[in-house]
Structures are given as structure tokens and as C-alpha cells.
Design a protein around this ligand. Structure first.
Ligand SMILES: [Zn+2]
Length: 107
């Protein structure tokens, strides 16, 4: 039986962050996940209002929409959805791609 634990090796687990990944593909992944989990709607409803941000949290990328950025805002099922203009475009794109492959479970 070994009496001492000499030469022990500690591995620090390092999670490789995808540094090279562009912000757009990161946001796309987040949007796709939210679509699949129902956190984001598959369809637009009502009138979409576009304007400057007011330090609100983007429904798509979870980042703050600063007053220097543009946002899209609308109501869905009684709750307000706010997105960066950029995220809105990505969301629209992801919806079209997602629906073509595998539509949302309606019912
Ligand atoms: Zn965003």
C-alpha cells in the first residue's frame, strides 16, 4: 500500500473558450437553442417597433442593448420581446432555416 501520495499531478481543467468564434455564430447558436426550447417564438406577432435601445436585455443574445444601438421590439403572448437589430435579422434567418428542416411542435 502506498504510504504517501508523492508525485501527485493536479490537472487544472481548462475549458477552451472558442475565442476565434465570431460573435455572430455565437448569437446564432443561442437563438437556435432558444427557438428549440421555446424561449423565442417561431413567428412574429403584432407590430414590430424599431428604435434606439434603452439598456434593455436582448431576448436573443442576452446582452444589453445600449442607447447607441438599435433594437426591434414587439409583443408576443403578452410578453415583450426586445432584440438588437442584428439579432432580429439572425433570428429571422434561423427561423427560416429551422422551419425548413424540422418544424416546431405545434399543439
Ligand atoms: Zn442581441
Amino acid at each position: 500500500m502506498p504510504s504517501s501520495a508523492r508525485g501527485r499531478v493536479w490537472h487544472s481543467i481548462r475549458i477552451r473558450s472558442p475565442v476565434m468564434m465570431t460573435g455572430e455564430s455565437r448569437v446564432r447558436g443561442t437563438i437556435r437553442l432558444k427557438l428549440e426550447t421555446g424561449l423565442l417564438p417561431w413567428s412574429e406577432s403584432g407590430r414590430v417597433w424599431a428604435g434606439p435601445g434603452a439598456n434593455e436585455v436582448c431576448s436573443a443574445c442576452d446582452d444589453t442593448i445600449t442607447t447607441r444601438q438599435k433594437l426591434h421590439e414587439w409583443e408576443h403572448d403578452g410578453s415583450k420581446i426586445v432584440m438588437h437589430l442584428r439579432c432580429y435579422e439572425l433570428w429571422t434567418d434561423e427561423r427560416q432555416q429551422g422551419q425548413r428542416q424540422d418544424g416546431p411542435t405545434s399543439g
